[in-house]
Design a protein around this ligand. Sequence first.
Ligand SMILES: Cc1cc2ncn([C@H]3O[C@H](COP(=O)(O)O)[C@@H](O)[C@H]3O)c2cc1C
Ligand SMILES: O=C(O)c1cccnc1
Length: 339
Amino acid sequence: MPLNPAFADIVELLVAVPDGDEQAVTAIRQRDAQLTKPPGSLGQLEGLVEFLARWQHRSKPRLDNPMVTIFAGNHGVTEQGVSAFPREVTAQMVSNFTNGGAAISQICGLHEINLRVFELALELPTGDITKEPALDDQMCAATIAYGMEAVAGKPDLICLGEMGIGNTTIAAAIYAALYGGTGADWVGRGTGVDDEALKRKADVVDRALALHKAELDHPLAILARLGGREICAMLGALVAARHQKVPVIVDGYVATAAAAIAHAVNPAAINHCLFAHVSAEGAHAQVLSKMGQSGLLDLGMRLGEGSGAALAAVLAKTALHLHDNMATFEGASVSGKSV
Ligand SMILES: Cc1cc2ncn([C@H]3O[C@H](COP(=O)(O)O)[C@@H](O)[C@H]3O)c2cc1C
Ligand SMILES: O=C(O)c1cccnc1
């Protein structure tokens, strides 16, 4: 089927992505070589500073205004008994985020990271993907556009997180549609479903793929048929960030689905994204490897909410602090490398 013209703008933004700033990276490497440590000894922390410089297009990157965004949406597929928790929890957790009681609220509070929650029509769950499309193309495109607003406050780093009961099933369906295989290859326990519900999740993915198979011929068609509002909005935030020179840290199994859609349109569209961690959920490691990526951390986490991404941002803040504040060999009168 020809792609709906509603998606023309987003395709254009995903295809015409700006390159990173390699001069800024060179400046970082020059300063790093002067710092009082053996070259390379801070390992991936050095790479984090280069990542910030390359995608902020600044030889002196800043993290004065890092932001975690949580996009929240509800899913018709919860009718199929695919989550250990009821749908109402999505809205309840949105209150918990703003009241400070959620894990992500505490991580952000402790480390001075801004937290913004975007509620996406929680009273209007998407269509049950075993029976109908999740969203129509217009609504999908409009929600992608809405997600672009996330970069309006000029954050210097954006962490993509989500909340949506049922959305690990949705992410699994997207991965199965993009990469092939059956539901069983991609589903995991999400909020902690038992063996029976795990089988049900796999079956739900298989039935959804069978129902929509004639219309899964473009990554954005896959997103509309199978996706969720929060995944659409995360895609919008991701691509807007690239054009606004904002590096992105992608959270876990669910947030990665937005990056997978972008990658399927244009692999270079996710070059400004860092994948925070390998989630314990389902086949997250395989998804990352399909995109030629790996997770920075591997802590056995499977929460969502942007929690893994926020922890990666803490490491990025630390890495940048070291880069900015360590003494040079000359300044501290420490002898440089002798051989
Ligand atoms: C209290 C609570 C807090 C959460 N925070 C994130 N999630 C995570 O779990 C959900 C996905 O799992 P499933 O597909 O099994 O429903 C998402 O909302 C995700 O962000 C939570 C889930 C619960 C129950
Ligand atoms: O890794 C994730 O994003 C995840 C895992 C389980 C439940 N919700 C989210």
